[in-house]
Design a protein around this ligand. Structure first.
Ligand code: PMP
Length: 362
């Protein structure tokens, strides 16, 4: 990484590997001899269709998505999926269960209440969302159209370490902040969705992976662009898709292959997170926010002894080239978001900076 680039610990949009940016730059004004940029291509052209098909095929291979499931590229980020999920799925029984383990699952449940009976299957709100409830603590009803959870809580820094057993109720999962960081048994899920701006691409769309048998039962007032069935039938091309974002996702997937694929990435991400959690565990100055068995490998949330020192830490870290370490406004404290593109070197340097800050300020 060139010296003028910073280590960006933003929760998203976040770092994109430098080699991916270089590749995009090299292809920017003339994509592989086409005489134009990907931004300028008709989405109906052969040259663009090839990019689209290859990206989908790479995603299908890397996540081992079975033929029972379809990949959709939808606009509106993850938040619009908070609406699309109930509009498409809640009608089956009129009810759905939501595991509320943070801000985003809470927002998703509130949105779903517009379309049916959305119930909290559990809530970690009693301890400020610092933990993930155990399987025994989930109340899952067989009359639910689906069970919804958010795999990684970006704001609070907690992550589900197990896939909930729903006894046959379709599983819907928001994987916005940990998709492409570990192998997933897609066959267990009815719907997986993810805003792309953390581990996949620049902002501008959500990837949706849906069991095709669940589509086709949407509320009659569902806008056609939010209908999973319409999007399946049109291969996400009912209208102009976010062409450039899909192209960037393609480049990211090629990069992921070069890193050794998802299994390798999964090992690296756990090692990267451990470096920072070791600093927290060894320290009497810093404290991790999440309970140890629920800690996220993606978003490491922590605090110094007080708010003033939190502010000082974030400021001095930025001056030293470690940006965006301030926690989310609703959680406070500090947060290092360390998605796939954050180099190991960035983590090692941040760990050294933290130890040094502790020495000087304790
Ligand atoms: N879910 C999770 C887990 C997130 O982290 C975010 C955004 N950071 C969202 C949903 C909302 O995503 P978007 O901004 O793409 O709507």
């Amino acid at each position: 990484m060139p010296a003028d680039r910073i280590y960006n610990f933003s929760s998203g949009p976040s770092m994109i590997p430098f080699t991916v940016l270089e590749k995009a730059a090299a292809e920017m004004v003339n994509y592989r001899g086409s005489g134009m940029s990907v931004m300028e291509m008709s989405h109906r052209s052969k040259v663009y269709q090839d990019i689209f098909d290859e990206t989908k095929a790479d995603l299908k291979r890397q996540l081992q998505i079975p033929d029972t499931h379809e990949i959709l590229f939808m606009q509106g980020g993850a938040t619009l999926q908070f609406s699309a999920v109930p509009m498409n799925l809640i009608g089956k029984t009129g009810a759905a269960d939501y595991a509320v383990t943070g801000n985003f699952s809470d927002s998703a449940m509130k949105e779903a209440k517009k379309y049916g009976e959305a119930r909290a299957a559990c809530s970690s709100g009693d301890k400020n969302h610092t933990y993930i409830p155990a399987q025994e603590e989930l109340s899952i009803s067989s009359d639910a159209s689906y069970f919804y959870y958010c795999a990684n809580n970006t704001i609070y820094g907690t992550e589900w370490k197990y896939v909930p057993d729903t006894g046959g109720v379709p599983l819907v999962c928001d994987m916005s902040s940990d998709i492409m960081t570990m192998p997933v048994d897609v066959s267990k899920y009815g719907v997986i969705f993810a805003g792309v701006q953390k581990n996949m691409a620049p902002a501008g769309m959500a990837v949706v992976i849906i069991d095709k048998t669940l589509a086709g039962n949407e509320h009659p007032l569902t806008p056609k662009l939010l209908s999973y069935q319409v999007m399946i039938d049109s291969d996400s091309m009912l209208n102009t898709p976010p062409c450039y974002t899909i192209y960037m996702l393609g480049l990211m997937l090629k990069w992921l292959d070069k890193q050794g694929g998802i299994e390798r990435i999964a090992r690296t991400k756990a090692e990267k997170a451990k470096v920072l959690y070791d600093v927290l565990d060894d320290s009497r100055f810093f404290a991790g926010c999440a309970e140890a068995d629920s800690r996220s490998d993606m978003n490491v949330t922590f605090r110094t002894p007080n708010d003033e020192l939190d502010g000082k830490f974030a400021k001095e870290a930025a001056e030293a080239g470690f940006e965006n370490l301030k926690g989310h406004r609703i959680a406070g404290g500090l947060r290092a978001s360390i998605y796939n593109a954050m180099p190991v070197e960035g983590i090692m340097k941040l760990a050294a900076f933290m130890r040094d800050f502790e020495m000087k300020n304790r």
